[in-house]
Design a protein around this ligand. Sequence first.
Ligand code: SF4
Length: 300
Amino acid sequence: MSLLFDDFKSWKTHCIANSVPLYKPVLEYEQEQKGRTEAEIWTHMQNAYQVMCNAIQTGLTEDMTSRSGMVNNGAKKVFNSPIIVLSPEFQKLISRAIAAKEVNSCMGRIVAAPTAGASGILPGILFTLQELHNLSNSKIMEGLLVAAGIALIIERNAGIAGAVGGCQAETGSAAAMGAGAIVYCLGGTIDQVFNAVAITIQCTLGLVCDPVAGLVEVPCIVRNASGVAIAYSSAQIALSDMDSVIPVDECVQAMGEIGQSMEARYKETALGGLAATLTGKKIAQKVLVQDIEILPDETL
Ligand code: SF4
């Protein structure tokens, strides 16, 4: 029977005892759970990665405007901005995360990894990582499996849905998956991979889920951008052997505890936070009017 992915500690123990890389038990778990061959799993991973890359391309080249008006080709604006705040690579990273997420908000095809709300984070991270470090597709697939293993443990011990644990569980988990994948793909040790996950969780703890008008657009899209930035920063910190101090399993526990104590208005109900601001309520009213199609836009 494959590893159950109860916690990071047992994942590490399993890999050391069997002298296998981090992705291997995830691969075995997938084979056992899905009843697929190893070749089928790799093909599935490759297809998923292709969908992620296509979403980036779509978001950067096609019209991305949503019915609510809150999504208005943001990725292209960031990608083409003449003012570069940090570096061209950082600008591309951010715009790619936004691009893939805008495709989701405009009802396009994405990979919900781990959720649709956070669907720009892994594409932005992996595409940019592959480009920057000239990594093979097979290495990126291994990184994707490591990311999946991280998600399995977070889901088991805290949750990966905004309705369960707030946005920390969605964009925070996606960023943690991405940070772990970065460190793995760049040759980090198991401890460094898990340290990157721990640091990412520490940076996203407490983030509430407050989508304006109940649509997965604002603040979701910009949180995908901040998610990739946090993931890369955490990976850099972990690869430099700066310690998270609080072990990764305890960070996940903290995420679960915070998620449980969060009020319902911060869990995808669109009743608190940004959704409850004056502007947020106006947009919600406009969306409602559009939906029932009885009043013109000018009422707002
Ligand atoms: S704010 Fe809520 S809906 Fe939006 S990405 Fe975060 S968890 Fe998902």
